[in-house]
Design a protein. Structure first.
Length: 142
């Protein structure tokens, strides 16, 4: 990956719907050259996919939280299955430190968060933090 690839990635990160023609003009390449670079980055996994970030009216009762959990090695697969299939789980991080995992969740309200915490507590000790705001939110690190 060279500097031109990084420029293309930055442009796509800013606007995933930017046309190849527009990207080509901004990086001083031909459209076929940009298309080939994008195709190569997709094939190699540098570009893993494209997504839509929804905006709109936030649910006033919704809660985002981080749940840290200590899971014994014998319960690891059970926990991962639960995290993968549980509604509200957005991300699961395997971490170092006093806990095994940190799970980012989005719940419809405090009762749903409590229910989720109770489910996780069946597999290990938890610690929870409610997210008040997100002063920095970077979706890519290019």
């Amino acid at each position: 990956m060279d500097e031109l690839d990084r420029k293309i990635l930055r442009l796509l990160a800013e606007d995933g719907r930017m046309t190849v023609k527009n990207i080509a003009q901004r990086v001083a390449l031909t459209s076929p050259a940009v298309s080939e670079r994008i195709r190569r980055m997709e094939s190699s996994g540098v570009i893993a996919g494209y997504t839509v970030v929804l905006g709109g009216e936030p649910d006033k009762n919704a809660i985002d939280a981080l749940i840290s959990i200590s899971v014994s090695p014998s319960d690891r697969e059970r926990f991962l299955n639960m995290a993968e299939t549980q509604d509200g789980v957005q991300q699961c991080f395997h971490v170092t430190g006093s806990h095994s995992f940190i799970v980012k969740v989005h719940c419809s309200g405090i009762a749903a968060l409590e229910h989720l915490i109770n489910r996780f507590q069946k597999l290990g000790q938890t610690s929870s933090q409610i997210i008040l705001s997100t002063p920095v939110d970077r979706h890519s690190t290019i």
